[in-house]
Ligand binder design. Structure first.
Ligand SMILES: C[S@@+](CC[C@H](N)C(=O)[O-])C[C@H]1O[C@@H](n2cnc3c(N)ncnc32)[C@H](O)[C@@H]1O
Length: 195
């Protein structure tokens, strides 16, 4: 499905970074693992700030567009085609992990999230924004399956080893390309691994 969506000239989530990420980028530590990076808007933004970014995604077509965007913006990013159901990030290797509108089932999160905690260096940061279940009542974007939607309580339960620096569910305007446009219900999280 994602390869098909990305097989158009336009960048379907735009080329500007996610606004929650842009507002809080100064808290991130280098290097950054970007989960389900898609067409590269967030990785390219972080690379332009000087971060080394490793972006993984299932979609080869999305990542090819990410590399093209990086070339156009004269920055370097690293990409890897990987399925989050099997991806194993390197232990204690990243200063930060970002997860922007990555919606995967509880069974996938149950395997992946402990690995994310482990792949952070001490003091490392995880930054996440995702749609909540309330988004199911809107037609402004996001999946239609409650299992993949996130919430404050899921985050606290599923990242037990991170200390929340910021955690909030809120309604905000998301203007990020064709598929995410309008008033949306999201959860925003920044967590830190203790030193
Ligand atoms: C809503 S898009 C968000 C893309 C990007 N994070 C952004 O904010 O522009 C969701 C992304 O998740 C990726 N994805 C979905 N399931 C995946 C999986 N199991 N493994 C890796 N990537 C996956 C899709 O290919 C797509 O790029």
């Amino acid at each position: 499905m994602w390869d098909e969506r990305y097989s158009v000239d336009e960048y379907i989530f735009g080329t500007e970074p996610n606004s929650f990420l842009a507002e809080h980028a100064e808290i991130l530590e280098d290097p950054v693992l970007s989960l389900a990076e898609g067409e590269g808007r967030n990785a390219v933004f972080l690379a332009s700030l000087g971060f080394r970014v490793h972006g993984v995604d299932l979609s080869e077509i999305g990542l090819a567009k990410a590399m093209a965007l990086a070339r156009a913006e004269h920055v370097t990013i690293e990409t890897e085609v990987a399925d989050l159901n099997t991806f194993v990030p390197k232990h204690r290797s990243y200063g930060s992990v970002i997860s922007i509108f990555v919606h995967v089932p509880a069974s996938t999160r149950g395997r992946l999230y402990p690995l994310l905690e482990k792949c952070l260096k001490p003091g490392g940061i995880l930054l996440l924004e995702a749609y909540t279940e309330e988004q199911l009542t809107r037609d402004t974007g996001g999946p239609r399956d409650p299992d993949v939607m996130m919430s404050e309580s899921k985050i606290l339960r599923e990242f037990p080893h991170l200390e929340p620096i910021m955690l909030q569910e809120r309604v905000r305007e998301v203007i990020e390309g064709t598929y995410h446009t309008g008033i949306a219900s999201v959860v925003q999280y920044i967590g830190r691994k203790s030193g």
